[in-house]
Design a protein around this ligand. Structure first.
Ligand code: ATP
Ligand code: MG
Length: 584
């Protein structure tokens, strides 16, 4: 696969410039019976994600699997063999504390090495792994552990004391807590990880799980409401591998850095499983965002592939480009997920890194990337790209009789849907069977996102169905308005909502975060309103702009427009369990 990527703009280049050849070939020849990468399966039958991530590489077991960077500058490196042995010890230790196949193991940890081998050890034992954001307070932790019928929790001494110790014994299914950073503990029901590992078996084999056996339980980001518990099975690993091959272009032996928090699905699918399955060396940085540190990591570790999120890219854009002399020549592919990636950000990447950010789209429910600008493909800034080989996507609309039909017209907005049945498709919302069933209609999984498709088959995100603004009979997607505002040099970020209006039904209101050193005064407000009107036309442009110092975000970095709206209308805030407390 070529890594050269050409950038083309939405209106600009003639169709003949669009390099579709490689993509169309891949798609035409793709077959689920012979995908370019596939799991090996357990010798003797069965499928286990942990086997694909670790054991499958043991013929070259000295290769670096994990490069861990501690907050204060320490660095630990684990080979595939070492990681396999640690996870095997963990898996066997689980059985000594009456956990094992089918048990639910939750983690409440930041990016620590223990998290990685415990997660893989959990899967190895045939148990179900559920990561939580380590910044969650006691209530969100408890609620998720109750819904998920947690059996074990893995955490640190400090987090345990502050957020868990007082209530965990009241949960009927809980069997114990594993503390990762103590040598021993007298606390009833608690175990020291180091002691468990010491008596664990480094050769403990993989549990013979079946493809349809539950492997992961992930909670959604809670952007639009209460988070849902999403069930994934071992079979998902096929899609983790395939999507990382196409959408991230991961190649064995390369250095890959995923900045996602492990509490979010990206942190598991692409911050743990996919990269190891494809044999790369995975960089894990314990620290929080810091532009200078990030540039140093990219340079010093010679990162080849970097997967991050729009919110981080926008922060980098605010704080500044890589410093002069920063050698990023190893970096050959950059990708982004989680939120719409504004065209400005793609172009900024091209300008300062010599290559664009490749946007890709997926959800907790899809388990893996479904739509992407992938290597060798032309990137259209502002587009999410095209469905991966093996994935059938469509834009749907509802006919008057209530049935669904595909929208064939280029550029027409409808609901983004996927033909059900891809390997990492979620197998349920925990305890919400009817809600799960409502996501499927005819042959389609309905994503709840609105998008359009152009004549080259590229998909363009419009907004979540919940965030759509209806103004004077027009439907307005927030992304388009936000991107237009971001084109103005004063604007770092923008979030747009519909505010009730007696005449128009709703009018567009924008919340704008300015670049450092810029004062949000009346003149600037008028300039921005004028800029938006010129770019978008009077109907779509915001009528009101509020300058703010921060935007409410989920811990996975998504702007919570529903919260802005509720605050604007003076309504209760609703579920804020995933709200990032220090709103940036
Ligand atoms: P909840 O379902 O609880 O409201 P959530 O949908 O934000 O939360 P996730 O599954 O983490 O939870 O996020 C998936 C959503 O993120 C998608 O449905 C889409 O709205 C948004 N998203 C992800 N990637 C992209 C992208 N590349 N462009 C635009 N939106 C994206
Ligand atoms: Mg969602």
């Amino acid at each position: 696969m070529s890594t050269e990527t050409e950038i083309i703009t939405k209106v600009g280049l003639p169709p003949s410039r669009t390099n579709l050849g490689d993509y169309d070939q891949q798609r035409r020849h793709f077959s689920w019976d012979a995908p370019p990468v596939r799991p090996r399966g357990l010798p003797g039958g069965g499928l286990n994600i942990a086997y694909e991530a670790l054991d499958a590489h043991l013929s070259d077991g000295d290769r670096t699997a994990l490069i861990w960077l501690g907050k204060s500058g320490e660095q630990t490196t684990l080979s595939y063999r070492e990681l396999t042995e640690l996870s095997a010890r963990f898996a066997s230790a689980l059985t000594t504390i009456a956990a094992g196949r089918g048990s639910r193991v939750f983690s409440l940890l930041g990016r620590r090495p223990e998290l990685y081998y415990a997660a893989l050890g959990t899967l190895r034992a045939g148990a179900v792994f559920t990561p939580l954001f380590s910044a969650f307070g006691p209530e969100p932790i408890r609620a998720r552990m109750e819904i998920g019928r947690a059996n074990l929790l893995l955490t640190t001494e400090k987090l345990y004391r502050k957020r868990v110790a007082s209530w965990w014994r009241q949960l009927p299914h809980m069997q114990g807590v594993i503390l990762v950073d103590v040598d021993s503990t007298d606390e009833p029901g608690c175990h020291a990880l180091s002691a468990l590992l010491a008596r664990g078996d480094p050769l403990c084999p993989c549990s013979r799980t079946q493809p349809e056996e539950m492997a992961l339980l992930h909670f959604t980001s809670g952007t639009t409401g209460q988070p849902k518990g999403v069930v994934h099975v071992h079979q998902a690993v096929q899609m983790h591998m395939l999507s990382a091959h196409f959408a991230l272009d991961l190649r064995p032996g390369e250095i890959y850095w995923c900045t996602a928090d492990p509490g979010w699905v990206t942190g598991t699918s692409y911050g743990l499983i996919a990269p190891l399955c494809l044999g790369v060396s995975l960089v894990v940085d314990e620290a929080e965002f810091d532009a200078q540190r990030w540039y140093r990591i990219l340079e010093e570790l010679k990162v080849n592939i970097w997967y991050t999120a729009p919110t981080a890219i926008r922060l980098l854009m605010r704080t500044g480009a890589p410093p002069p002399g920063c050698n990023l020549s190893a970096l050959r592919f950059m990708a982004s997920v989680g939120e719409p990636l504004n065209p400005e950000a793609v172009v900024w990447g091209q300008r300062h890194f010599g290559r664009p950010f490749h946007d890709n789209w997926w959800q907790t429910e899809t388990g893996a990337i479904m739509i992407a600008n992938y290597a060798g493909e032309a990137v259209k800034p502002g587009s999410m790209g095209r469905p991966l080989p093996g994935i059938d996507a469509a834009i749907l609309r509802r006919r008057d009789d209530g049935t669904l039909e595909e929208v064939s017209q280029d550029g027409k907005v409808g609901e983004l849907a996927l033909k059900a049945g891809w390997p990492s498709m979620f197998r349920g919302y925990l305890n919400q069977e009817s809600r799960y069933r409502r996501c499927f209609e005819q042959q389609w999984y309905l994503s709840g996102d609105l998008a359009s498709r152009d004549r080259d088959g590229y998909y363009w995100f419009v907004g979540r169905a919940d965030d759509l603004i209806k103004s004077s009979g027009h439907l307005i997607g927030p992304f388009e308005v936000e991107s237009a505002l971001m084109e103005h040099p004063a604007v770092a970020e923008a979030a747009v909502i519909g505010k009730p209006d007696p005449v128009a039904g709703e009018m567009v209101k924008a919340f704008v975060l300015l670049n450092p050193g810029i004062e949000g005064d009346e003149t600037l407000r008028r300039t921005l309103l004028g800029h938006a009107r010129v770019r978008l036309g009077a109907v779509v442009a915001p009528k009101e702009i509020a300058f703010c110092r921060q935007l409410p975000r989920t811990r996975s970095g998504k702007i919570m427009r529903r919260l802005l709206k509720n605050r604007e209308l003076g309504l209760p805030e609703g579920d804020t369990s995933t709200l990032e407390r220090e709103e940036r």
